[in-house]
Ligand binder design. Structure first.
Ligand SMILES: [Zn+2]
Length: 492
């Protein structure tokens, strides 16, 4: 039985879908005005893991992740320039060129990280009608007011009838006190009110007609409107980064309750932040490293390039609700760990089976049960990885002929390793990739060199034997002489 931590109840709950056999899942996607960084990779990988696991469990999952291409203003505020419009102005292009460019780059980065594409990827700008309808419903219910062509959510009035702040654990007093420092209420009745519709200034390009003004929707509207359109008034899971709990998701709850009378979401899930030296990594803080910089090693804080699978593995080594502190050393350690996993999976091919073996099928069955138990416990990937490393040690012993395994045991072990490493954690061996045949040919050539070296050694031609070993070492091949002959691995 899968249990997941529900931010709303602040405890782990058994997962029961609203409709048997089906899961509806909404995850807040990127605002496409810059390259994706590690802080974007974390929710993408976390919810990809959940998407994979739910499907593995046999659910038919509809995974919706939006693209925010309008309405997200600077500093997540109700005033100021639209993030995409600002980038477009600076680069002298159309706002939609900015959105398209960074959407393409985001897709490319996610593909490289092994994230499966969502079932539906709606754009905010393609759902203006749905958002206008939502704003009208909230107005009709009496929880919003029009002011100078803009529409604001009346937080105080809503809080009389419902509880504003239930997700983040704040009460309205705290929110009011926190916002008192900002001066000028302007068009709002209360500083805590948030925009549902904004009248566009004359210079604002991204604008649509509405009953109130030519303008654009408030940032929080899109997820409420699109979640309902594609998953219905009530759906199972809403996810995102922890920084979205307040105000974004708090406002989403208020919008849903105000418009339809009750809450839309059953389980709220949030991944923790990526930090650098204890501080949150983020575009607004200017301390971020883009995924492209990781993949190419082009950032002063990186000693080398790190492959997409290393980044994915680094993210999965921490539990999604723990902070993930970035450092070059931690990434280097992740690369080693990942190599160890794939090395072990390859070595499974050179394990001999024995009829009355020390290790039977029970070993793989236990391993599988432990890995499932860890996944079912709120996606405990660190525990899964730890069990897989235990298995790597056993595989090492088998490959070194220090212990034996039965045929059935070996087949089960291979299946369990593949299921967890490849299907669920979503990792693949990058050394193989699309060039598997070429890699195999290069490997066979190295095998041939080692055969020639063995012949040279047998005839005491030490000069040839040493030359082959040294030249291979210089190219990065680590040659090991064992009693069964020489083995090699490429340390690159
Ligand atoms: Zn959202």
């Amino acid at each position: 039985m899968l249990t997941i931590y529900n931010t709303l109840s602040r405890r782990k709950e058994e997962f029961h879908p609203l409709v048997e056999g089906r899961v509806g899942m909404y995850v807040c996607g990127p605002t496409v005005y810059g390259d994706a960084h590690l802080g974007h990779a974390r929710p993408a990988v976390t919810f990809d893991l959940l998407f994979r696991y739910l499907q593995h469990k046999g659910y038919k999952v509809r995974y919706v992740r939006n693209i925010t291409d309008v309405g997200h203003l600077e500093h997540d505020a109700d005033e100021g320039e639209d993030k995409i419009a600002k980038k477009a102005r600076l680069e002298q292009v159309e706002p939609m060129e900015v959105a398209q460019y960074y959407t393409n780059r985001f897709h490319d980065a996610m593909l490289r990280l092994g994230c499966l594409p969502p079932s539906i990827e709606p754009h905010a700008s393609g759902h203006i009608i749905e958002q206008i309808r939502l704003v009208q419903e909230i107005l009709d219910a009496g929880f919003a007011y029009e002011s100078n062509g803009s529409v604001y959510f009346d937080v105080e009035k809503y809080n009389h009838a419902h509880h504003y702040g239930k997700l983040s654990g704040r009460n309205l007093e705290d929110v009011i006190n926190a916002s008192r420092a900002l001066d000028g209420v302007g068009e709002k009745r209360n500083q805590v009110d948030f925009a549902l519709w904004k009248k566009a200034q004359p210079e604002h390009i991204m604008r649509w007609p509405s009953p109130w003004s030519d303008g654009f929707p408030g940032w929080h509207c899109e997820c409420t409107a699109m979640g309902r359109k594609y998953l219905g008034e009530h759906f199972d899971i809403h996810g995102g980064g922890m920084d979205l709990v307040f105000p974004h998701h708090e406002c989403e709850i208020a919008q849903a309750v105000a418009s339809q009378g009750n809450e839309a979401v059953h389980y709220w899930m949030h991944n923790n932040m990526v930090t650098i030296g204890g501080q949150k990594m983020g575009k607004s803080l200017g301390n971020f490293i883009t995924l492209d910089q990781f993949f190419t090693g082009s950032h002063p804080m990186l000693t080398t390039a790190y492959s997409p699978m290393t980044i994915r593995f680094f993210i999965l080594q921490a539990h999604y609700r723990s902070t993930l502190d970035f450092s070059d050393e931690a990434l280097a350690a992740s690369k080693k760990g990942l190599d160890r996993l794939f090395e072990a999976m390859k070595r499974l091919d050179s394990v001999n089976v024995a009829p009355d073996a020390a290790i039977g099928v029970e070993y793989a069955n236990d391993l599988e049960a432990q890995c499932y138990a860890a996944m079912d416990d709120d996606l405990g990937t660190p525990q899964v990885i730890s069990r897989l490393f235990d298995a790597c040690r056993i595989i090492g012993q088998l490959a070194d002929h220090k212990t034996t395994i039965s045929q059935e045991g070996l087949e089960r072990l291979r299946t369990v390793m593949h299921t967890f490493v490849c299907d669920l954690l979503g990792l693949h061996d990058e050394a193989e990739g699309g060039n598997a045949e070429r890699e195999a040919a290069y490997g066979a050539a190295v095998d041939l060199l080692l055969e020639i070296r063995a012949t040279a050694k047998a005839s005491k031609d030490w000069a040839t034997s040493d030359r082959i070993r040294d030249r291979l070492a210089a190219l990065g091949f680590e040659v090991k002489d064992t009693k069964d002959g020489a083995t090699w691995r490429l340390d690159k």
